[in-house]
Design a protein around this ligand. Sequence first.
Ligand code: AVJ
Length: 323
Amino acid sequence: YSPALSLSTAAKDQFAHDIIAGLSQNQKTLSSKYFYDGMGSKLFQQIMELPEYYLTRTETEIFTTQKAAIIAAFSAATPFDLVDLGSGDAAKTKILLRAMRERAVDFTYVPIDISPDAVQELQQSLAAEMVGLAVAPLTGDYFRALEQLQTQSSNRKVLLFLGSNIGNFPYPEIKVFLKKLRHYLVPGDQILIGFDLKKDPRIIRAAYDDAAGVTAAFNFNLLRRINQTFSGNFKLPLFKHFAEYNPASGEMKSYLVSTINQQIILQDLNFSFKLQAWEAIHTESSYKFSEKQIQELAREANLEMQVLFTDAQRYFADIIFNV
Ligand code: AVJ
């Protein structure tokens, strides 16, 4: 695949700031949004193929079996922008894109992703697979990208936030996030959100601790990326991937656990810190939802639930909200 595109200075400064803040805390933490450099996006594509990672399979099932109803719910009388937050390789979105083209729906596809590599590859694959599709991609932070979109298009917006990306926000932050999103939307706009639903805790845990070790590699890649970006000395074999699901809170938590006492130095940042043996760095939370929680969230964010789509096993829900 193409070599990694480099980060902008602003993005690199933000990354540096977040690393230092997260690793200076008592409970050390790194933000999961930094998983997705070129390599991380590739590893996540492999995760989506894993037998244990039911999320992609179930959302794909929803789109494949119910695409006609989903598209009909977009109430597409006028041209609109289909804005895909965290588009990645857009494998699932492409199911909707193809069906919308078949029905001659008038829309522009606006993929937004934090990974420049992912956006570039998506642009190339769309040019090859969907000739003539109007595509206006944006790279970077969701809100920065939405800011930019406002300056270049006044179309009605249908936002996609698929794959349970929303699960990366802890509960109070989701509310803040949804309220911020609404700030870029007006009545008549819509949001389609994919939620991973609560289910057998063992099934959930297995999805984040797969037998082939791809999720572990995805987690370790964050340390490799920090080493590479800031001349760090993380030694990957001195850490263990550990993932744990709490069925009471619905929080799926991933960690990198230090196996020994060690000092980490990030030379370019002039920053160092110590890790005790078996101290854990929290790297990701992926929240799981009950339908009741989703309804509550919608109420609090002042979003009207229009329609809920789910798979045969009720593992996953794609819900369209009216702004
Ligand atoms: C892309 C955030 C939806 O939380 O399930 C997959 C990322 N992390 N395996 C998720 C992820 C570990 C994924 N999201």
